[in-house]
Design a protein around this ligand. Structure first.
Ligand SMILES: *Cc1c(COP(=O)(O)O)cnc(C)c1O
Length: 404
């Protein structure tokens, strides 16, 4: 690609797009095709396609070893895993959750008539602010769900302290945090339980899939029954349940992805570093940092765009990038409290969520993963710089409907 140097070369100003192949956030990472197909042949030879098959069993044992937890239960996806875990923990009434998350977090509560009570976030970490949790507790509150947004552990100790003192259950939506650690311990062993997502758009995927990790024997036993209709053996249903099972083909993908976990993280880290150096010292832009001693998976490269300092609103930058076939995303716009049914249930929720509202106008997720090269990132960064340098022109062009 020829580096763009002047404003009129930008696609949004009428130039041709920088990339002919579209760059995505969350393009699936595929471990190794032949290893995967070999496992699939094994599944077909055994004619054992689901119901706690060989691959699922191996996948669960390997996850337990990797995460250092007693129990890991593979599931069909993280949303069902959250629903089942919430139910197995006996949560009812009200549960405190951030609004700045994927909508599955509150949906997994509301789906079973539990009210999500939205808590604001800490603008530094983007995660639930423990200092704001306590004032939201009522006699109906039974639990807290923290989300390790962007794979950065939320304030685990502070939440655990409140949960312990107020006798609340503590669950973590760890959908972003597979392969991450906190104080030398892998995410998966904190709170009453933690839930991972292995959806195709996550950096580690099983097509669709998820898992619950816990050190609680009784909780694990209840979850195992619940995800398999309550069957304790042939013809013996001892519990109410649903169908949350992971299939063999998903576990085969998971095993293959596990074999390549470190390579994928290394590429994500390399990409993150390329963005960090490409966007260093750009006015009005902050790259969400991954720092300290913790392990990260670097699967999200998240920008905060300060309109005043950058000279352009996040949404204009987004449109300019889309015109170049750089499909950046506004995760998690506009915040769950502005989505249905919550918007109708709690029309004034925004007043209690000033930081969430502010951040939802500023964040942008950039393309990364094994489908994005370092050279791509150099080009993306130079385009972001060029757009910002010409913020007024780009904003005016978009306002006049040019190229849209
Ligand atoms: C992806 C995601 C989920 C849902 O995961 P699925 O496996 O697609 O059901 C839940 N919470 C968060 C924060 C997510 O990003």
């Amino acid at each position: 690609m020829k580096l763009k140097t002047s404003c009129d070369e930008l696609a949004v100003m009428g130039g041709s797009p920088a990339f002919s192949d579209t760059l995505h956030v969350g393009r699936p990472n595929i471990g190794d095709r032949s290893e995967f197909l070999e496992r699939v042949n094994g599944i077909l030879d055994r004619r054992w396609l689901t119901n706690n098959g060989i691959c699922v069993q191996e996948f669960e044992r390997r996850l337990e070893a990797l995460l250092g937890v007693k129990h890991c239960i593979a599931m069909c996806n993280a949303t069902v895993a959250l629903e089942i875990t919430i139910r197995a923990l006996g949560m009812t009434g009200e549960v405190i959750v951030p609004s700045f998350t994927f909508v599955a977090t509150p949906h997994s509560l509301q789906w079973q008539q539990i009210t999500p009570v939205f808590c604001d976030i800490d603008p530094e970490t983007h995660s639930i602010d423990p200092r704001r949790v306590e004032s939201l507790i009522t006699p109906r509150t039974t639990g807290i769900i923290g989300v390790h947004l962007w794979g950065k552990p939320c304030k685990i100790e502070a939440l655990a302290e409140i949960a312990g003192r107020r006798n609340l259950r503590l669950l973590f939506d760890a959908a972003h945090a597979f392969g991450c650690s906190h104080n030398g311990r892998m995410i998966g062993s904190f709170g009453d339980a933690e839930v991972f997502s292995f959806h195709a758009t996550k950096f580690f995927n099983t097509f669709e899939g998820g898992a619950v990790a816990t050190n609680d024997d009784d909780l694990a036993a209840r979850i195992r029954l619940m995800k398999n209709f309550g069957f304790a053996g042939y013809d013996n249903v001892v519990y109410i349940g649903t169908n949350g099972k992971m299939s063999e083909i998903s576990a085969a993908m998971g095993l293959t992805s596990l074999d390549h976990l470190e390579e994928i993280i290394t590429i994500n880290r390399r990409n993150y570093a390329a963005y960090a150096s490409g966007l260093a010292n750009v006015q009005g832009i902050r790259l969400v940092p991954y720092e300290g001693a913790d392990r990260y998976n670097y699967q999200y490269v998240v920008l905060e765009v300060d309109e005043q300092a950058a000279g352009i609103h996040r949404d204009m930058l987004l449109q300019a990038l889309h015109a170049e076939n750089i499909m950046a995303r506004r995760y998690f716009y506009p915040g769950c409290h502005r989505m249905e049914p919550y918007r109708s249930y709690f029309p004034n929720a925004g007043m209690l969520l000033p930081e969430t509202e502010r951040l939802a106008e500023r964040v942008l997720s950039l393309p990364t993963g094994t489908a994005v090269s370092e050279e791509d990132i150099v080009d993306i960064c130079s385009i972001i710089r060029l757009v910002l340098k010409n913020g007024v022109e780009v904003t005016n062009a978009l306002a006049n409907g040019k190229n849209t």
